[in-house]
Design a binder for this molecule. Structure first.
Ligand code: PLP
Length: 401
């Protein structure tokens, strides 16, 4: 039984406390008994810049002393400067940022803005995807704020996974059957996260973009997990040359130091809100501490030695993933940048507990292990963690050198 005065998320409450953590440093947790555990999944994919990042911590401390709280409608230098820098980093034409406090709320607000600005209600979403935990709180809201957005029920249409519809012929038929004039947007993770690190082909992305153009569907890319360097480039959509109308961000946006999120909206949406009331908002909109953390994250991303180290880590990781793919208990390995899924044949996988007892904190579900090491880890430490993981499989010796 859970004897704690709080719930455990996404789990049966009868689990014992999975890890009684005492503190965290750099790329590892320190447990109550002093054991050190490598954070192989960047906590929940947010600790891209580690647990002791001096730049982000410094920015937060000074913002706390200077102005820790601001009205959602306030203008101040940090808000303007950081928004401009983020838009530059996205490399998309112009646009504006809508701030949130989590990934779910970034997605939620992108959906609301897509519906409101297009006047259409349906959303196309992939069969295997995760976009957040909020259940469309607005569908139960009973005042003027609901009217622009319709309810969520029955407004999602599933499209096949890229491998099941490589030329998008089924997806196109789904659009035609649904009625393109009813579809507001397509939402997708460029590289899926906990659903197995699926990397669609360039052809699939090109055709998605073409479909959006043909039927004037808005494109929402969910970069909550991939954004801020996880899959290689700053944002995964950049690798595939996508031209989205919305980019949903969270997790790495503050490195996990403070709950924060953002949605970039493109010129089409900006034009709409130049003429219509923005029927979206949050009490902690553009929270100064979130902005301060983002400022630190952007500085960290611009740092050459950070980028060089990240490239070195990616090379180590790629070599190791190729090696893991040749192990007997492994059926498939998919990876991009510092994100990987390792599928394991029946019962060949080390359990989550086994990994944890051996000093590795990772994601393990349905015979798939997911790895996402902090981008500030050192190559030698990553090699050691990969070696330890490999030793938990039946075969040994990993060529990561
Ligand atoms: C791709 C993606 N979108 C949205 C979310 C939701 O983010 P949050 O848990 O911050 O609400 C997640 C969380 O894991 C995610 O991976």
């Amino acid at each position: 039984m859970n004897k704690q005065p709080f719930y455990f998320t996404w789990s049966h409450q009868s689990i014992s406390a999975p890890f009684p953590v005492e503190s965290a440093e750099h790329d590892e947790f320190v447990l109550a008994d002093g054991q050190r555990v490598y954070d192989f999944i960047s906590t929940s994919f947010q600790t891209n810049f580690g647990h002791s990042n001096s730049i982000i911590r410094k920015r937060l401390r000074s913002q706390l002393d200077h102005m820790p709280i601001a009205s959602p409608k306030a203008t101040f230098a940090l808000k303007s400067a950081v928004s401009e820098q983020l838009i530059d980093r996205l490399g998309l034409p112009g646009g504006k940022i809508f701030y949130t406090v989590s990934g779910s709320e970034s997605v939620e607000n992108a959906l609301k803005m897509a519906r409101q600005s297009s006047g259409r209600t349906m959303i196309l979403a992939r069969q295997k995807s995760y976009h957040g935990a909020s259940l469309g709180a607005l569908s139960v809201t009973g005042d003027w704020r609901n009217a622009s957005h319709f309810t969520v029920d029955n407004h999602t249409v599933r499209i096949p996974e890229p491998a099941d519809d490589p030329d998008l012929s089924q997806t196109r038929q789904i659009v035609l059957d649904t009625g393109p004039e009813k579809i507001a947007a397509v939402i997708l993770e460029p590289v899926s996260g906990t659903n197995g690190v699926v990397v669609p082909s360039q052809r699939w992305f090109d055709q998605i973009q073409a479909l959006c153009k043909e039927f004037q569907l808005l494109l929402i890319v969910d970069e909550v997990l991939c954004g801020f360097g996880r899959t290689g480039p700053d944002f995964a959509f950049q690798e595939f040359g996508l031209q989205p109308d919305f980019v949903c961000m969270s997790k790495g946006i503050s490195g996990g130091y403070i709950p924060f999120g953002a949605v970039w909206t493109g010129p089409r949406v900006v034009d709409f809100y130049d003429r219509a009331i923005m029927a979206c908002g949050l009490t902690s909109y553009a929270h100064p501490l979130g902005l301060a953390a983002l400022d630190g994250v952007l500085e960290q991303l611009s740092d050459r030695s950070f980028q060089k180290n990240k490239t070195d880590l990616e090379a180590v990781f790629e070599r190791a993933m190729k090696d893991f793919a040749s192990l007997k208990p492994v059926s498939h390995v998919r990876y991009r940048g510092l994100l990987a899924a390792i599928d394991i044949v029946d019962r060949g996988a080390p359990s989550w507990e086994q990994c944890f007892e051996n000093g590795l904190h990772l994601h393990s579900k349905n015979n798939t292990l997911i790895l996402a090491p902090p981008l500030i880890s050192q190559p030698a430490r990553l090699v050691a963690a990969l070696d330890r993981l490999k030793s938990l499989f039946s075969e040994t010796s990993i060529a990561t050198g």
